[in-house]
Design a protein around this ligand. Structure first.
Ligand code: ATP
Ligand code: MG
Length: 221
């Protein structure tokens, strides 16, 4: 258990899990499940990122397709939901705005967590208004093979104090927790590459997502 939490049935805890999900894969899903259990979250909200077309390094996949695939992947799990907040916004979307939005929706006593992979966390200093991010909510950094979250430059630069091997305290009082999830080497880049090569992505993504990709001939050249 990464954190001593309120008794079950206490205040609601909500996790925000952002990504391009291009496509969503079992690495995302299993990590989200393990975070939910470790932090006793009532809900994990998948936040689909808007990707400006010029940023997409491969044949453009419509946002609607990424959306459908996340929907298919989380179907049947009442604790997993999908938010369109970033794709509804005009122009580029930033996590600082998303977190601020969700903070405003919180009821008394509810808690907000931002879930991020170790690779993204190691680059968080490239994010808009990154020093303010840690003043808004607690962060949960999930492990990812080949990235060491303990080496994230932000820990040395933003006044964090290490409290335990897996908990850092920001001067604002908010914490960054490191959670070791079952290592999973899968990435969306890899899924796209395998599909492009005409090989099967069976068991790397949910069967419904695989069927969707095949039916719509996504990621195939
Ligand atoms: P891409 O290869 O296109 O960057 P990705 O697999 O990294 O895709 P993203 O949508 O970029 O997927 O990731 C969303 C979030 O999930 C990020 O915070 C990322 O670090 C995390 N994440 C993705 N794959 C894994 C994995 N296998 N294990 C742990 N975290 C992951
Ligand atoms: Mg990524």
């Amino acid at each position: 258990m990464a954190r001593s939490g309120p008794p079950k049935g206490g205040a609601r805890r909500i996790g925000l899990f952002g990504g391009t999900f291009d496509p969503i894969h079992v690495g995302h899903l299993r990590a989200a499940q393990e975070v939910k259990e470790a932090f006793d979250l009532s809900e994990v909200i998948f936040i689909l990122a808007a990707v400006p077309p010029h940023k997409v390094p491969h044949p453009l996949i419509a946002t609607a397709d990424r959306w459908e695939m996340v929907k298919l992947a989380i179907a049947g799990n009442p604790a997993f939901t999908l938010s369109d907040i970033e794709i509804r916004r005009e122009g580029r979307s930033y996590s600082i705005e998303t977190i601020s939005y969700y903070r405003r929706t919180l009821a008394q006593g509810e808690e907000l967590f931002f879930i991020i992979g170790a690779d993204a966390f190691c680059e968080i200093e490239t994010w808009k208004d990154y020093p303010q991010l840690f003043t808004l909510c607690d962060f949960i950094v999930i492990s990812r093979p080949e990235f060491d979250p303990l080496q994230a430059p932000i820990f040395a630069s933003a006044g964090f104090k290490q409290e335990t091997h897996a908990r850092f305290r920001h001067p604002s009082g908010h914490a960054v927790f490191i959670l070791d999830v079952t290592p999973c080497r899968i990435s969306s880049t890899e899924i796209r590459r395998i599909t492009e090569e005409g090989k099967a992505i069976t068991y790397l993504v949910p069967a419904t997502v695989e069927a969707y990709i095949m039916q719509k001939r996504l990621y195939q050249v």
